[in-house]
Write a protein that binds this ligand. Structure first.
Ligand SMILES: C[S@@+](CC[C@H](N)C(=O)[O-])C[C@H]1O[C@@H](n2cnc3c(N)ncnc32)[C@H](O)[C@@H]1O
Length: 272
């Protein structure tokens, strides 16, 4: 791949998806796009660029390219302190003050292959056993179609579900009938609580009207530059109910941004 081809692809990805690809990522991009070249029977990155920027490529190939470019690392109960705060503080407060018949709404923004929204579903399902009448639903979005397909199927290796506490494994995971497979699937009752949708934070045409009590947007902003991070957080704030909570990843900072949020604990913010 020439530097010119790399610059063309990386600036397109930055402008439309916010994902930074400095020149140091050129070898990574080349490696990851090799399988797209093979799948399309193309022999050079020049041909690939011509195709991806053609009207047909814009319709079909761009999403495939974004699938290979995104990093979807995610775990069940990742940064567990957030789930503890949700079940020990946010949910009890909600039930004692603003409790209504409407379901408690959570957005897992950048949900990757589903481990985060299913962790949320387990945590809130446990909570609902203690507070009768408490109900919830989870809206889970990502730009990667490949990740969203895996999330909707909800089948994970036993190794992947190892952070799930034993008691929750027993309740919410079904073992594959085929013992050799060593996989488990999230039970249907939990799967129906999560609604997956493809959503690009940078696409201003993609809007929805609903507001959320809690938004998890963790380990997504790290891929964006500072102005894009601020734009994305501001738009997340507009989707948060007043008094609602925003959770970010442990290495993400919003200091010095002009936002309607107060910090409650590291990486946990409340909308004012
Ligand atoms: C590292 S994963 C984070 C998963 C999870 N939130 C966690 O903390 O474990 C980052 C996710 O952000 C998604 N992403 C990157 N750019 C995006 C964009 N412009 N719009 C929506 N999602 C995006 C990626 O596809 C990826 O699945």
């Amino acid at each position: 791949m020439t530097n010119l081809e790399f610059n063309k692809l990386s600036s397109f990805i930055l402008t439309n998806y916010g994902i930074k690809l400095p020149i140091t990522k050129k070898t990574m991009l080349e490696g990851r796009l090799q399988k797209r070249l093979r799948a399309l029977n193309l022999f050079s990155f020049r041909e690939y660029c011509d195709y991806v920027f053609s009207p047909e490529g814009q319709q079909t190939e761009v999403m495939q390219m974004i699938d290979v470019v995104t990093t979807n690392k995610i775990d069940f109960f990742r940064e567990a302190v957030h789930f503890d705060f949700l079940s020990n503080n946010v949910l009890p407060k909600y039930c004692s003050s603003s409790f209504s018949a409407k379901p408690f709404k959570v957005w897992s923004a950048g949900c990757s292959t589903g481990e985060e929204p299913y962790t949320l579903a387990m945590v809130m399902s446990e909570f609902s056993e203690k507070y009768s009448g408490f109900d919830f639903n989870i809206f889970a979005t990502d730009i990667s179609g490949r990740a969203l397909n895996a999330a909707a199927i909800a089948v994970y290796t036993k190794e992947k579900v190892s952070p799930v506490p034993y008691i929750l494994k027993k309740k919410y995971l079904l073992k594959s009938k085929d013992e050799e497979k060593k996989t488990v699937r999230i039970i249907p009752e939990l799967r129906t609580k999560v609604n997956f949708k493809r959503f690009n934070f940078l696409d201003s045409h993609q809007t929805f009207t609903q507001k959320f009590n809690v938004i998890f947007c963790r380990n997504v902003l790290i891929y964006f530059d500072r102005p894009t991070q601020e734009k994305v957080i501001l738009s997340l704030c507009s989707k948060l109910e007043s008094g609602g909570y925003l959770f970010l990843g442990h290495s993400e900072s919003i200091s010095n941004m002009n936002l309607p949020l107060v910090q409650i604990q590291p990486t946990t913010f409340k909308k004012i």
